[in-house]
Design a protein around this ligand. Structure first.
Ligand code: PMP
Length: 366
């Protein structure tokens, strides 16, 4: 098999050891004679897989006991509707004012969240970096937050724009903070207790597409609007331990293998140390002269998703073809912003980043 490095933003690279283990267990999991794909989600084999995955994730992120971990479906965009349906009821009817949801607009993904939430409540943009083409996170002391909002929504790592929070976002009073961590969850330690809800599509740092992780503080489980589908009602999902309906069993199994793998690697603190080093190597190569550019303010640069542009954009196709010939795959930037993007999630080895850096230098004629 040829060695490649996959810089896709998601679905994305997974640890080789995880894929090898899954391959070896494909036809017969643990002597059961069944593939995990063939198991009943209510049988003892799958229940043991599920419980281990949940326990390992709880340990990795130090999730406090008053938070539920939900394994859902519908992706990040599904949660953009599921979240307002579950939380707007918190404030509806209070003070005879319409329910408000606060947002910080830092790029494409928070933008999509704003649009979707507007179907369920009044949305207010507390801060935006749109005028600066999403090259930074607005300083928290400039945020115009709403007293009594249903919640404050932030996207702590903008996958397309390459902007990452370097501080813990805070809301007013008891307003819960809801964070879309789809593209950097498990890449660094987080203090879960600072958030009301954390959600993430699995297909970047967790596992295969089809699984959506939601971590919810218990007091926020039961404020859903009447229109909220039962399968998406957090309290219902929590009470059934994510098995109100059939969960994405195989995706949960692979996610569980990833969690166990991360624990063996030293957990999220160890991942953070590696991710800092990988990002440093890559930004250093991009910043060396003006052949390439990354436009994000240095303090807000993402460690996971690194968009960059060639000074001479007429060389884009040549750059991508040369990269592909060296096994450096999926470097084309998102169609909405163009240019290039290297996603370097947990499972991207430092050798992959070094190979990209070598190619960047060679292509620039350094
Ligand atoms: N939020 C973020 C930060 C993302 O990166 C993505 C997917 N790239 C989404 C939400 C949407 O996720 P999905 O496609 O799973 O709905």
């Amino acid at each position: 098999m040829t060695q490649v490095f996959n810089f896709s933003a998601g679905p994305a690279v997974l640890p080789k050891e995880v894929l090898q283990q899954a391959a070896s267990e494909m036809l017969d999991w643990n002597g059961s004679g069944m593939s995990v794909m063939e198991m009943s989600h209510r049988g003892p084999e799958f229940i043991s897989i599920y419980k281990q995955a949940e326990a390992d994730l709880r340990e990795l992120l130090a999730v406090p006991p008053n938070y539920k971990i939900l394994f859902m479906q519908g992706g990040g965009l599904g949660q953009n509707a599921i979240i307002p349906m579950n939380l707007v009821g918190r404030v509806q009817g209070r003070a005879n004012a319409p329910a408000v949801i606060d947002f910080v607009h830092t790029g494409s993904w928070s933008g999509k969240s704003i649009k979707e939430a507007a179907r369920y409540a009044q949305v207010k943009v507390a801060a935006s970096s749109q005028a600066e083409r999403f090259t930074r996170v607005p300083a928290p002391d400039t945020w115009k937050l709403t007293e009594g909002a249903a919640y404050l929504h932030v996207c702590t790592n903008e996958t397309i724009d390459g902007v990452e929070y370097n501080f813990v976002p805070r809301a007013l009073g008891d307003v819960p903070v809801v964070a879309d961590m789809s593209s950097h969850i498990l890449s660094r330690p987080i203090d879960v207790s600072q958030y009301g809800v954390i959600f993430a599509g699995a297909q970047k740092n967790i596992g295969p597409a089809g699984l959506t992780l939601v971590i919810v503080r218990e007091d926020l489980l039961d404020h859903a609007l009447a229109i909220c589908p039962s399968a998406f009602h957090w309290k219902n999902v929590a009470e059934h331990e994510s098995m109100f309906n059939t969960p994405p069993t195989y995706a949960i199994y692979i996610a569980g293998l990833v969690f166990a793998h991360l624990k063996r690697q030293g957990g999220v603190a160890a991942m953070e140390a590696r991710n800092i080093e990988k990002a440093r190597l890559l930004y250093e190569a991009l910043d060396r002269d003006d052949f390439y550019s990354n436009r994000v303010e240095h303090s807000c640069r993402s460690r996971m998703n690194i968009p960059f542009y060639l000074r001479d954009e007429s060389l884009n196709e040549q750059f991508l073809a040369g990269a592909k010939a060296r096994g450096l795959l999926q470097l084309k930037g998102h169609k909405s912003v163009g240019g290039m993007r290297a996603s370097i999630y947990n499972a991207m080895p430092i050798e992959g980043v070094q190979a990209l850096v070598d190619y960047l230098n060679e292509f620039a004629g350094r």
